[in-house]
Design a protein around this ligand. Structure first.
Ligand code: MN
Ligand code: MN
Length: 287
């Protein structure tokens, strides 16, 4: 890996490790998801990074893409299976990491399963490993523990200013002969469920991302698009972030308009199709 890339990746990782450690202690009964997300994002900036995407705080059958809205009343309750997924970027070099806690409990079988499957995967993630081998280890470890992988969620390569780079590393068995390469960064993540093992788009939508510049007349829409491009580096952003600058009714209209003309894309909340509980563990690896 080039020196500059390595330096920035390492800094992003350091910030992520520190922030995640603090967050673990904050994720207790009655914590507001909003406070948690804001705290994480603030701390990332304080330490010299920038959120690579809005902090995801997804509970129980919601696998991903829930990030609190402004004034979100969601509170962590005892027994909730809470996935906290945070990205840190330093000059575009991204660290992507996530963990799951069962609120008020020391652990949970799904959390243990996702952690141990990730560990098994990390053991074989070396220069030259093939994607199918990694996915096989993940699925076998989860099945041994009596659960299923979420088959349509994947680990992924990390590219500069591109969180979902090449290749995809699916949680379920596959035949991909793609190879891990030296000098690259990979976000390995395991999603496990006691349900069917698939997620689907659901509602609400709280995360968006810049796609392309387009002519827009509505001033609020123009403002959102400019922020998406410049302030958020064309990386995913939260409705909560822009809601601090634009009134709610106008914001909904602006987001809808921008999506219609394909200037932005949206990432709705992902739910397990059968309502199964989902745990996630993720870590970034530099080869
Ligand atoms: Mn992640
Ligand atoms: Mn990821």
């Amino acid at each position: 890996m080039e020196e500059e890339a390595l330096k920035n990746h390492k800094k992003a990782m350091e910030i992520s490790d520190t922030v995640m450690k603090t967050v673990r202690e904050m994720a207790v009964i009655n914590t507001r998801a909003f406070d948690l997300a804001e705290k994480i994002e603030e701390k990332i900036k304080e330490m010299g990074g920038f959120p690579a995407f809005p902090v995801n705080i997804s509970i129980n059958e919601i696998a991903a893409h829930y990030t609190p809205e402004l004034n979100d009343g969601l509170v962590l309750k005892e027994g909730n299976l809470v996935k906290i997924d945070a990205g840190v970027q330093v000059d575009g070099y991204i660290n992507d990491a996530a963990f799951t806690v069962c609120i008020g409990k020391n652990t949970h079988p799904l959390v243990e399963a996702s952690e141990s499957a990730l560990n098994e995967a990390l053991k074989i993630m070396k220069v030259g490993s093939q994607v199918w081998e990694i996915s096989e280890v993940v699925e076998n470890t989860l099945v041994e523990k009596g659960f299923r992988p979420v088959r349509n969620l994947c680990g992924h390569g990390l590219e500069r200013f591109n969180q979902h780079g090449h290749p995809s590393i699916p949680n379920g068995k596959n035949k991909s002969k793609e190879v891990l390469e030296e000098g690259h960064a990979y976000a390995m993540e395991v999603f496990v469920t006691d349900g069917e093992g698939l997620v689907k788009d659901s509602s609400p939508t709280m995360i968006y991302k810049f796609v392309q510049d387009r002519p827009v007349r509505m001033p609020e829409a123009r403002k959102v698009l400019d922020m998406a491009k410049k302030d958020y580096f064309m990386l995913p952003f939260a409705k909560r972030w822009v809601a601090k600058k634009i009134s709610p009714i106008k914001l909904d209209f602006a987001l809808r308009q921008l999506e219609e003309i394909e200037a932005i894309e949206s990432f709705p909340v992902l739910k397990e199709v059968s309502g199964g509980l989902v745990a996630q563990t993720e870590q970034t690896v530099l080869l």
